[in-house]
Design a protein around this ligand. Structure first.
Ligand SMILES: *Cc1c(COP(=O)(O)O)cnc(C)c1O
Length: 364
């Protein structure tokens, strides 16, 4: 037996009948790209979040790429983002020729340290890009205040935070634009690649609708240089099922997290901290451990798979070595890379697995 870190099939099993019907229905419709399933999903996801517009795309990476492009952020411009995140948060910036400017994470939430943002702002700064990492919302009130003061856009990376809130506001709705991934393992996952942006800004939504479709609003009339990045009908139909059960899936993981927080008791392991105004949907359950390699090997020997998020942060990635960053610049982000371990959590995880994970960690 092996307990996986994330097992998407178990969440699928919970709603299998509905997924199968949705897939059959969309295959049978004969409409595969830019049809009624996508329209329906976009409308419903926007309504769920309480925003005016949602535009479905190929991936979360494209959501970030298009958000930054549509805001006309380019070479010579700077975008502020956390030092600890997944590489895709940075790629949207660099693909547009702009410069990523990193801010260290906090010691407790592992999210961007809002108290260090202002000192990184220059006259080239165009936007702040908070990442609601692991499923917990960043301090959006403070980020909003700073953005207003300096006239900056806020581009939210919500790839791990579907349904998560700051002070009752959903992530993706407090900034200029919210970028979502529906990669299968994410809190709202397709059964393939998919993503979307959400915004209250109609112009911005229109621009991105154009960019995803070769840069044209009217067929064969190309106003801008676009790409092909559409969310297909089958994935949209699958996502509509997932969206209907998003709160339930999130609650399933939150129930597991609650048990971990109460029952894991070991001095060699530090549990995640949730800020008072934040909600946490626990896309992942990150622990800090004394010895990452030893802990992972121990867990694996008991049949439990763990993962590190992320062993090499973007500022130290080989592809960005020309930027010349050092581990020491961002001590908290570096500490996460060296000590973070994510333990199994997913909707549909059996409670006896949860019991076993707790027991094994307490015996470590
Ligand atoms: C998954 C992820 C992305 C990228 O989404 P894709 O759909 O895989 O392109 C971006 N940012 C973060 C924080 C992610 O976890």
């Amino acid at each position: 037996m092996m307990i996986e870190c994330i097992n998407v099939k178990e969440n699928y099993n919970l709603f299998a009948k509905e997924y199968e019907e949705a897939i059959f229905h969309s295959v049978d419709s004969g409409q595969y790209i830019l049809g009624s399933e996508l329209e329906k999903f976009e409308k419903n996801f926007a309504a769920y979040l309480g925003v005016k517009h949602c535009v479905g795309l190929n991936s979360g990476t494209d959501a970030l790429l298009f958000a930054i492009r549509a805001l006309n952020i380019h070479e010579g411009d700077e975008v502020i983002l956390p030092a600890s995140t997944y590489i895709a948060s940075t790629l949207g910036i660099t693909e547009n020729g702009a410069t990523p400017v990193y801010v260290d994470s906090t010691e407790d939430t592992y999210l961007i340290d809002v108290n260090q943002i202002e000192k990184r702002i220059t006259n080239r700064t165009k936007a702040i890009l908070p990442v609601h990492l692991y499923g917990q919302s960043c301090d959006m009130d403070t980020i909003e205040k700073i953005a207003k003061k300096y006239g900056l856009y806020i581009i939210e990376d919500c790839a791990q935070s579907h349904g998560s809130c700051w002070n009752q506001h959903y992530t993706g709705t407090q900034g200029t634009i919210g970028c979502f991934s529906f990669y299968p393992t994410k809190p709202l996952g397709a059964l393939g690649d998919a993503g979307a942006i959400v915004t209250n800004d109609e112009d911005l939504a229109d621009k991105i609708r154009m960019l995803r479709n070769y840069g044209s609003k009217v067929k064969y009339y190309n106003e801008s240089i676009g790409r092909n990045s559409r969310l297909d009908e089958i994935q949209a139909a699958i996502l509509s099922v997932g969206l209907k059960h998003l709160d339930e899936s999130n609650e399933n993981r939150q129930a597991i997290a609650k048990r971990y927080l109460l029952e894991i008791k070991n001095d060699k392991v530090r549990l995640p901290y949730i800020a008072a105004k934040a909600s946490h949907v626990f896309h992942l359950f990150p622990l800090l451990v004394d010895d990452q390699k030893r802990f992972n090997a121990y867990m694996l020997s008991k049949g439990i798979r763990t993962q590190v998020h992320y062993p090499i942060p973007p500022f130290m990635a080989e592809c960005f070595s020309a930027q010349g960053h050092e581990w020491e610049e961002f001590p908290n982000a570096s500490n996460l890379s060296k000590h973070e371990v994510s333990i199994p959590i997913y909707s549909g995880m059996k409670m006896e697995y949860v019991d076993f994970v707790i027991k094994v960690i307490n015996e470590y």
